[in-house]
Design a protein around this ligand. Sequence first.
Ligand code: PRP
Ligand code: URA
Length: 211
Amino acid sequence: MTQGKITTFEHPLIQHKISILRNKETGTNEFRKLVEEIAMLMSYEALRDLPLEDVEIETPIEKCKTPMIVGKKLAIVPILRAGLGMVSGVLALVPTAKVGHIGLYRDEVTHIPHEYYCKLPTPIEQRTILVLDPMLATGGSAVDAVNLIKQHGGKNIKFMSIIAAPCGIEKLSQAHPDIQIYVGHIDRCLNENAYICPGLGDAGDRIFGTK
Ligand code: PRP
Ligand code: URA
């Protein structure tokens, strides 16, 4: 369902997989596979307006012009670490996409994000840019990531997360009203440690088996 710049996903496959992710008994291996699958299903929708270009090919019958996605038109940008878990799901659909990386970590006490890495494909101005992070909590990391991409010239930016808190969506859409936000499920709220409730815990730790 799309309301203004926010798209949420009612599809039963996505909701079912998110429920398994939430379960604290779900182990690293299954968690990783599910994040990848959910990212693939969500990006099918998020990339529905990818530009096509007519190319000439020859079928066994005759030559024809037929539309194809131009890989260099898409850049995907995971926010490290947890966004990395979504990359393979999107690449399964668009294997020729370029991949940038933005490294941010949240301070455990202040919850303010700190940048430690940024490498984006160049030139980026003409590309559709899909920013990936499974968790949109306070929204601080998403806002900073989009700021960085815009500073590098990025214009057509979409943000995709698996679970979001209402305040994170609000913060991101106020800071960047031009971007489309795709969210697998909107949860209730944040707790005192700025974790999403009910959420799924620490996405990075669950994807990489740390902690
Ligand atoms: C998590 C998550 C987001 C961020 C969301 O990353 O993957 O990037 O927190 O929180 P926010 O919306 O309040 O900014 P974290 O900083 O824990 O780093 P990690 O992925 O390396 O574990
Ligand atoms: N980061 C996470 O990994 N989980 C949350 O609930 C909030 C931020």
